[in-house]
Design a protein around this ligand. Structure first.
Ligand code: ADP
Ligand code: MG
Length: 332
């Protein structure tokens, strides 16, 4: 009995200590949004509520920025006549402005007005087809971000040519990843992982098991993210990247494409030709602290191919390319 008085508090202390040291619980949810599979994983007691909040926001962004939905902010612009200022909400204005600015920076490899071309090729629909040169020529007349002007004071977007239509397909997932990480942080989550169909975001490192914590003295370790091998079954990694905080975004020719007459036509278009961008690159991966920038850069650098684009490389931490021969290059 006299030992009990000593042992009981010690046991309670040990349990409290172990409880505190144990790996935080994991909460994960998956949903089809933004035309892709979205998975959000958050660790800790705040995880569940935080992930639900993230999905609410992602659904909102999907509705707002889906160029194919009549109710989106983009549809307001896309269906409006030329030379008429179209009021959009503040957030839409800000995102369109960022993407428009980036279109200027990207030296012709990035353009937020390619929707008439994407529609002509049928990307995002069941009716994909190789257009005739004549059809391409006509669609090209309805393309060009220089035919858009933005008025920050009145939050309006004006098209200066008939037929111009905005598409933020290369932008929204990156912005959504930024927003999701922001919500998770605000909700008190310290460790999280998000996958928005090729746009990966990580925060705080991955919590370690109790024994690994004791052995390494570290509460977390960097997340390990696989680099998809182009053309291989989804999930086949050609290499891995370790990252504690930040965004890893890949644009490639192997996920959204169709085949006709033995040729493969993918969804990332070269604004100069109106056709799927052609180079020896199969994918470009960007590592950055900014999800939106990473998304825009991965698309632009995929179109740029092997051309040296130092000014764009400066906008992120790492650029990794994979070419036809499956050679991996750490460009930066
Ligand atoms: P994914 O959406 O498959 O992750 P990207 O981020 O590279 O790939 O974006 C591709 C999408 O962006 C296309 O589906 C299309 O909507 C749009 N797009 C295609 N080519 C370009 C381009 N050169 N500049 C800007 N947007 C583009
Ligand atoms: Mg992109």
């Amino acid at each position: 009995m006299k030992y009990f008085k000593v042992i009981a508090p010690l046991l309670i202390l040990l349990f409290l200590l172990l409880g505190n040291l144990s790996t935080p619980i994991k909460h994960r949810e998956t949903e089809f949004l933004m035309d892709t599979v979205v998975t959000v994983t958050a660790y800790g007691n705040e995880g569940k509520a935080a992930v639900q909040k993230v999905f609410l926001r992602l659904r909102e962004l999907d509705a707002k920025f889906n160029a194919h939905s009549e109710k989106s902010e983009l549809a307001k612009i896309n269906t409006a006549p030329e030379n008429t200022p179209v009021p959009v909400d503040k957030e839409a204005f800000k995102l369109i402005k960022s993407a428009h600015d980036f279109s200027i920076t990207a030296e012709g490899f990035f353009d937020i007005t390619l929707l008439p071309l994407s529609n002509l090729w049928g990307f995002g629909t069941e009716n994909t087809a190789v257009p005739t040169e004549n059809e391409l020529e006509n669609a090209m007349k309805q393309v060009g971000f220089t035919f858009i002007s933005l008025d920050p004071e009145n939050c309006t977007v004006t098209k200066h040519k008939a037929g111009i239509q905005l598409d933020l397909g290369a932008v929204v997932k990156g912005y959504a990843a930024d927003e999701a990480m922001h919500i998770l942080k605000e909700s008190g989550v310290e460790s999280a992982y998000l996958d928005l169909g090729g746009n990966v975001a990580v925060m705080g490192g991955m919590p370690q098991s109790l024994w690994k914590r004791i052995l390494s003295g570290q509460k977390t370790r960097p997340f390990v993210i696989g680099l998809q091998e182009p053309g291989a079954p989804s999930g086949t990694a050609i290499d891995t990247l370790s990252l504690t905080d930040g965004f890893i975004v890949t644009s490639g020719d192997y996920e959204r494409f169709f085949e006709a007459d033995g040729m493969r036509y993918h969804h990332i278009l070269d604004p100069a030709t109106g056709k799927p961008a052609q180079s020896s690159l199969r994918s470009v991966t960007i590592v950055s602290k900014n999800g939106l920038m990473a998304d825009m850069l991965s698309t632009a650098l995929f179109v740029a191919g092997e051309k040296e684009m130092s000014a764009l490389y400066d906008l992120c931490e790492h650029v990794i390319t994979i070419n036809d021969a499956m050679e991996l290059t750490y460009v930066k």
